[in-house]
Design a protein around this ligand. Structure first.
Ligand code: ADE
Length: 235
């Protein structure tokens, strides 16, 4: 998967792409990342990327020209017969991001993330350029960069070959629609706190039964909304 990011603060991404699973995915050829500063595409003398809103009011608005030109340039770098990219605008006004979005995006070949900072976006960017608008939650960040990192992380780990053990991506919380059951490791008795006997029993059917029950109990206690959705559509 090819992942492009358009941002005025490209350095924010360096640590994230160079660590852990995202780094390994790049080394294995599963994903590639490129961050482009769309200020480099501004066609005015001072490399301005934003301007005052028509009609007045506070704040600045990102102009369409640098962003449209930056996206055109990214599109030209892939073969013309390639599947068109998903162009994803990061905004608190977007669709609230969930694991379902991650699974859907993981099927694509090319993602372009558009990150604004402080400013609003000229509406023509929304109307004519982007394919998706996503929000990572009902709070306002100073920019879309952190939100794009969250989404990229959650998508890349789903790509075949990204995780050492493919099973873990499909069995973890949310993929099943339920929260994960409790996990324990050695020692069996830590400061007098014991691991449940069933997990030491070696009886795999009983262990599976216990895990399913715990998963349901935890979801009921912590996320009854997920449990309702699961009951309507069990996987
Ligand atoms: N930009 C600012 N806040 C955001 C949010 N919650 N999600 C996505 N992009 C954002």
């Amino acid at each position: 998967m090819k992942i492009d990011v358009l941002s005025l603060f490209p350095d924010m991404f360096t640590g994230v792409f160079e660590q852990s699973i995202l780094k390994k995915a790049k080394e294995k050829g599963v994903a590639s990342y490129k961050v482009t500063n769309f200020r480099d595409f501004a066609d005015n003398k001072h490399n301005k990327v934003d301007d005052y809103p028509y009609g007045g009011g506070a704040g600045m608005v990102l102009m369409p020209q640098p962003i449209f030109d930056a996206v055109d340039s990214l599109k030209q770098q892939v073969a013309p017969e390639a599947k068109p990219p998903r162009i994803i605008l990061m905004t608190p006004q977007g669709d609230r991001y969930t694991q379902r979005h991650a699974e859907e995006l993981a099927k694509e070949d090319h993602l372009i993330f558009l990150c604004g900072h402080y400013e609003g976006y000229d509406e023509r960017i929304r109307e004519q350029l982007v394919t998706d608008e996503l929000s990572i939650g009902d709070y306002v960040l100073t920019g879309g960069e952190l939100a794009a990192m969250v989404i990229i992380d959650s998508v890349v780990r789903l790509l075949p070959g990204a995780l050492g053990n493919d099973v873990s991506a499909v069995t973890d919380s949310f993929s099943s629609g339920l929260l994960e059951h409790p996990q324990y490791t050695r020692p069996a008795n830590f400061r007098g706190f014991k691991v449940p006997d069933v997990l030491l029993s070696g009886n795999h059917a009983k262990i599976e039964e216990w895990r399913k029950a715990e998963s349901l109990r935890r979801t009921r206690e912590r996320r009854p909304d997920l449990l309702e959705a699961y009951k309507e559509k069990p996987e």
